[in-house]
Structures are given as structure tokens and as C-alpha cells.
Design a protein around this ligand. Structure first.
Ligand SMILES: C[S@@+](CC[C@H](N)C(=O)[O-])C[C@H]1O[C@@H](n2cnc3c(N)ncnc32)[C@H](O)[C@@H]1O
Length: 325
């Protein structure tokens, strides 16, 4: 297994590590980043690479601390990871941004022509979702056009909502900063495509990360989704700290679905270490200990009609009930 973190993000890095390149890049580029009077009081230590803070951290600066005309803040979804999986709008938004902010893994996924074109890159390893998002906002309030990047889509277990929440908590009005969300292909869809056609009917996504939602709540959502015969996509399925959550999820699924229910497992869709497997629900729990399942994996649990045709998962849309073919 490559990860042992307890946040929502996929990672191979260690929580709390810092990356010196960021500090060097920021220090040498004469960043406009930061509030005119907030540099020491803000929890967003703009320009610093040693800013890993707990999620309980408080937002520091307020809009009052910034004199500049705010720039544009764009939350950009990168899709699965390879450049061809990015939308043209995502590429354009990144070329337009003066600063690009993101978790190190996502910044590393960007094509060189995009990172070369940016004035500044700001990346942090795991565990910095709040401080990193605040950093992006502070840079925007200081007058820079900023893109904050993430895998998949910014509205799927990602930072688009957090960005607006933090902006609001800083005393901004919704119109004070030009804010745009650039959608990307979510992991469920990238993974569904690699598995065949498992998602063509009603589907529910559930994250097994109990970092922000308590496990009893996750369990009750799983019960409801499995009972109602939805196809289920499982995000954040496994980390060493969440081994119990994964086992519990498998147990719940088996109380509502047959042991031969098709299950698709995709690790690293669109990445160099991509792996695709189709198995049955009865086998899933054991695969938790296999390296195909970690925090860069999405699992697709078929509904009661889903079947496997050769190496393709197929969930009927229902046409067969109306048409002969
Ligand atoms: C914090 S969520 C981010 C989801 C992302 N915003 C999206 O739209 O897909 C991270 C989870 O997304 C899934 N994921 C992200 N990238 C993936 C990939 N390339 N292949 C498979 N699953 C992926 C994994 O379940 C991972 O634990």
C-alpha cells in the first residue's frame, strides 16, 4: 500500500513533509502574495513551504487586510491525471493563471508548458487542504489571478466548496472575487470508462474517508445506497488507518447484495500505475490488502442487474424492458 494518511486526498507523500522548491520559487519571484498587514497574523503563511497545519486551523486574514483589487480565483479540475484527460478550458484556465496552487501530486501531473508559463507555483503535500486553499484565496485577494487545482472535478470531494466557505469567512461578499469552477472528469467516470459501462443507471458516490464525516454516518449512507439498488462508486476506499472502514463497508454491501455482484476496481486511472480489475463482491474485502486498493483507487459496485460480459462491466439502462434487440 502506498498511503497511510487520514485525509481526503490521495497521496504517496508523508503528511507534514515540506517541499523546499516551493519556498525557493516563491522567495525568488517577488511574489505580490499576502495581505498588506496580515503577513504575521494570517494562518496562511503566504510564500512559505512549511505550512502544514491541522484541519482545525483557523482562517487568519480577512478581506480588510488586503489593499489590492482582487484577482480571479479559478478552481480547476484536472480529470484523471494525464494531459489528454484535461479539458481545453482547464488548460486555458491554467495558462491564464498567474499562480497555480495545489497538492504536490496534482502540480506534478501538470504538463511542463503549463507550469513553465505560470509566474508562481505553490504546492504542499498532504494535510494542508485548508491552509492551501486559504493560500490561494490570500493570493487572489492580494491581486493575483490564481488557479487552485485538484484531480477529477472541483465539485467532487474537492476544494471548490471550501474555497467559497473560506472566502465568506474572511468577510468577502460573493461578488468580491471573480470565482469560476472549471469542471474535470471525475474519478468515477474515468474509472467507469475503463471498466466498460457500469454507471449508466442511477449511481451514488460514497467516500469512506471519516476525516470529515463520522463513520456511523458513512455506514448509514452505504446501507441506504445498497438497499436501494444503486450502482455505488466508492471513493477514498482504503488507507492503513481506514482498514476497518473498508472492512465494514464490504460487510454492509454483502448484507444487501449477492456475493457474486460484479465489482470493478480501478487504481490510478490515467496515471502511469493504472490497474483495472473486475471481481465479485465476495472477494472485495480480501483485496483491501492488495496494492490495487489504496487512496488512488475508485471501486464500482454494480447494482442487481449489473453483469460481466467478457472483461466488461455492463449495467443495463433498461432499454431491454421496452425494445427487442
Ligand atoms: C479527495 S477525492 C478527489 C476526487 C476528485 N475530485 C474527483 O472528481 O474524482 C480522492 C479520491 O478520488 C479517487 N481518485 C482520484 N483520482 C483517481 C484516479 N486517477 N484513479 C482512481 N481513483 C481516483 C480515489 O478514490 C481517491 O481516494
Amino acid at each position: 500500500m502506498s498511503t497511510d494518511t487520514d485525509t481526503d486526498e490521495e497521496s504517496t507523500s508523508n503528511c507534514g513533509a515540506s517541499r523546499d522548491e516551493t519556498a525557493e520559487a516563491t522567495a525568488s519571484s517577488g511574489s505580490k502574495c499576502g495581505a498588506s498587514s496580515a503577513d504575521s497574523s494570517s494562518s496562511s503563511s503566504c510564500g512559505s513551504s512549511s505550512k502544514q497545519q491541522s484541519v482545525e486551523e483557523k482562517v487568519g486574514s480577512t478581506v480588510e487586510d488586503f489593499d489590492a483589487e482582487p484577482g480571479q480565483l479559478t478552481a480547476v479540475g484536472l480529470g484523471p491525471g494525464h494531459p489528454e484527460g484535461m479539458t481545453e478550458r482547464a488548460k486555458q484556465a491554467l495558462f491564464e493563471a498567474e499562480h497555480i496552487v495545489g497538492y504536490t501530486t496534482y502540480i506534478d501531473l501538470l504538463p511542463d508548458e503549463i507550469t513553465d508559463a505560470a509566474d508562481e507555483l505553490y504546492d504542499t503535500p498532504m494535510c494542508g487542504e485548508v491552509s492551501r486553499t486559504e493560500e490561494a484565496i490570500d493570493r487572489t485577494l492580494a491581486g493575483n489571478d490564481v488557479a487552485i487545482v485538484g484531480s477529477g472535478d472541483p465539485n467532487v470531494y474537492a476544494l471548490a466548496g471550501l474555497a467559497l466557505e473560506i472566502l465568506e469567512s474572511k468577510g468577502a461578499t460573493a461578488s468580491m472575487v471573480e470565482f469560476e469552477v472549471v469542471p474535470g472528469v471525475p474519478a468515477a467516470q474515468s474509472c467507469g470508462a475503463l471498466l466498460g459501462a457500469p454507471l449508466v443507471n442511477d449511481t451514488v458516490s460514497i467516500s469512506l474517508s471519516d476525516h470529515l464525516v463520522p463513520m456511523p454516518e458513512i455506514e448509514s449512507r452505504l446501507h441506504a445506497a445498497a438497499k436501494e439498488n444503486f450502482t455505488i462508486t466508492i471513493y477514498n476506499p482504503w488507507s492503513r488507518k481506514r482498514r476497518d472502514n473498508f472492512e465494514k463497508a464490504c460487510e454492509i454491501l454483502l448484507t444487501h447484495r449477492g456475493p457474486d455482484t460484479p465489482v470493478g476496481i480501478v487504481h490510478g486511472a490515467g496515471r502511469e500505475d493504472e490497474q483495472v480489475m473486475i471481481t465479485e463482491l465476495a472477494e472485495l474485502e480480501e483485496l483491501g490488502e492488495d496494492e490495487i486498493i489504496d487512496m488512488t483507487t475508485t471501486i464500482v459496485v454494480g447494482n442487481e442487474e449489473t453483469y460481466v460480459w467478457d472483461d466488461r462491466m455492463v449495467t443495463p439502462r433498461g432499454y431491454e424492458t421496452k425494445y427487442d434487440y
